[in-house]
Design a protein around this ligand. Structure first.
Ligand code: B4P
Length: 189
């Protein structure tokens, strides 16, 4: 399976992606996690990404696309992957098409997690107090939501037109959401 999971910040993408990747036996590729690991290690990529992330903005497409291209070319992605947080822009959609098309393949499905805005804000504020992530301050959360609704939410229509989109409610307990997603994908939970 070649899957993408989408949804606003705080929808539970990262949380669900861990469960789904394990259930499906495919690697979980989170662009946010890769950026954060690079920030922690102080790599040139991390130094470039940090200012964008801390402001709630997207990291530029050229940086992000190259990073994903490199990751998808690794051997463990040969039989599938679960992309979490990519694509987020029109340019990234086109790049992903080209990466997947280059190996004669296609995306299998795109899962969109839907959650009320009030719920995502309260989840991210809670995470901020628990983990102190530098992009979880209230103003930055608001900016991340704006960027998501401007740049990324419209992309779901592209995948819907291709017949790939599955919308799943991300409200409720984590295990209930996982069950709903696996059911929507036709996988025995
Ligand atoms: P991400 O790491 O993708 O951050 P996110 O959108 O907040 O999602 P995340 O996966 O962390 O949160 P989740 O919803 O699981 O991106 C961070 C930044 O990296 C971006 O702002 C951008 O700067 C950069 N970036 C990443 N990809 C990029 C790209 N393609 N292009 C350009 N820039 C890019 O969980 C949120 C919280 O909710 C957690 O605390 C979790 O425990 C909790 N939660 C989850 N499910 C819950 C449930 N059912 N009930 C209650 N709480 C729940």
């Amino acid at each position: 399976m070649r899957l993408v999971i989408m949804g606003p910040p705080g929808a539970g993408k990262g949380t669900q992606a861990v469960v789904l990747a394990e259930a499906l036996g495919i690697p979980h590729i989170s662009t946010g996690d890769i950026f954060r690991a690079n920030v922690t290690q102080g790599t040139p990529l991390g130094l470039r990404a940090k200012s964008f992330m801390d402001a709630g903005e997207y990291v530029p497409d050229d940086v992000t696309n190259e990073m994903v291209r490199d990751r998808l070319s690794q051997a463990d992605c040969g039989h599938g992957f679960l992309l979490d947080g990519y694509p987020r822009t029109v340019d990234q959609v086109a790049e992903l098409d080209s990466m997947v098309g280059a190996v004669g393949s296609k995306l299998s499905k795109v899962v969109e997690l839907t959650v009320d805005v009030d719920e995502v804000v309260s989840r991210l504020v809670r995470r901020s107090s628990e983990q102190g992530r530098s992009d979880d301050g209230e103003d930055v959360i608001r900016r991340r939501l704006e960027v998501y609704f401007d740049a990324t939410a419209p992309l779901t229509a592209v995948y819907d037109d291709r017949g790939l989109l599955i919308k799943v409610s991300g409200m409720g307990a984590v295990a209930d959401v996982s069950h709903r997603v696996l059911e929507a994908l036709g996988v025995d939970a």
